[in-house]
Design a protein around this ligand. Structure first.
Ligand SMILES: Cc1cc2nc3c(=O)[nH]c(=O)nc-3n(C[C@H](O)[C@H](O)[C@H](O)COP(=O)(O)OP(=O)(O)OC[C@H]3O[C@@H](n4cnc5c(N)ncnc54)[C@H](O)[C@@H]3O)c2cc1C
Length: 299
């Protein structure tokens, strides 16, 4: 059985930062496992600038920032284990993993979960109608456009004005697609002012507040939605061929078996602990947790 002092699950911004700070703090036996074949996590699909201000003072793109951290990782003695899906974390301080050579257990002294988060889907809202093609979460649309160079659709309605919703409104516009509107249930946009100015205002994309959707229309492909004005209850039909939902993120920490949460040897970092709006703060969190876990060995 493979073993290590510190096992870190997830090599996104938080996991890589945790590994680097634990290494710098003197922990010399670290495995960083990720189900993907390269480190970076969600950063690879964030091709816009705005990352790494904290470290470099400049605005890097997501892939550039991932490459910077991955470079530091390579120069350290941290063992990166790619293509390794951690299936569960057990109370006997082992993690069950599925890798290229099949199932294996990794035995550890401490573990940091830096497994990120998942997106809330349309299923989380009371929306009537079928679920035809053309409905994507913002993260799925971001991956399709930025990583796979595919075209999700032309007439795009975005539900939710958090950072991801606003970033995707700009992305679709830059791709030459028509963003009909961003609908928001609250009285103002949900994300950062910086993203509102850079992504919505700068591109004159309509932001319609106090609105939600009640029904999806279309058979094979979505052809529109029934939207509701929350204050008046009035409804209107909005034609679209693409609906992008940006409804929030949920920390991904279902890996822990019964009785494991609350153990002193278990740490959570980055979006897995608490959803961070920006990568820099997820990385800062990873850095702090990595140091804390490493100091556990020397107390
Ligand atoms: C879809 C999406 C899009 C985003 N877009 C932007 C953006 O455009 N701009 C911006 O500033 N911020 C964006 N954010 C927010 C920002 O990216 C995050 O705050 C930050 O990158 C999170 O870092 P992380 O390391 O916590 O998670 P992630 O980057 O999500 O890393 C988690 C890693 O864990 C791995 N993993 C998960 N479960 C397992 C497992 N069981 N076994 C092995 N490996 C596992 C994953 O493969 C992944 O590499 C986005 C977030 C999401 C979810």
């Amino acid at each position: 059985m493979r073993s290590c002092k510190l096992l870190i699950v997830g090599a996104g911004a938080a996991g890589m930062s945790a590994a680097l700070s634990a290494w710098e703090a003197g922990c010399r036996d670290i495995i960083l496992a990720d189900r993907a074949s390269r480190p970076g996590g969600i950063l690879h699909q964030c091709i816009h600038e705005g990352f790494g201000r904290r470290e470099s003072g400049s605005e890097l793109t997501g892939p550039e920032y991932a490459a910077m951290l991955a470079g530091k990782l390579e120069r350290s003695g941290v063992t990166f284990l790619p293509d390794t899906d951690v299936l569960s974390v057990e109370a006997d301080k082992t993690a069950v993993c599925s890798g290229k050579s099949g199932l294996e257990r990794i035995c550890f002294e401490q573990i940091i979960l830096a497994s990120g988060c998942r997106e809330r889907t349309i299923g989380s809202l009371p929306v009537a109608g079928t679920r035809p093609a053309g409905i994507f979460t913002a993260g799925q649309a971001q991956e399709l456009i930025n990583l796979r160079h595919l075209d999700p659709g032309n007439e795009v309605l975005i539900l939710g004005s958090g950072d991801l919703g606003m970033i995707m409104a700009r992305r679709f516009t830059l791709e030459g697609r028509h963003v009909i509107a961003v609908l928001e249930q609250e009285a103002q946009y949900g994300g950062m002012a910086r993203n509102f100015h850079r992504c919505i205002e700068a591109f004159s994309i309509p932001l319609r507040c106090r609105m939600t959707i009640k029904q999806i229309h279309g058979e094979n492909r979505i052809c529109g939605v029934t939207a509701e004005h929350i204050d008046s209850g009035e409804r209107e039909f909005i034609a679209c061929d693409t609906l992008v939902t940006a409804l929030g993120l949920i920390p991904e920490r279902e890996l822990c078996c019964k009785g494991v949460e609350g153990e002193k040897w278990l740490y959570l970092a980055g979006n897995c602990r608490k959803v961070h709006d920006i990568v820099d703060s997820a990385a800062a969190d990873g850095e702090r947790i990595g140091k804390m876990a490493a100091s556990g060995f020397y107390m």
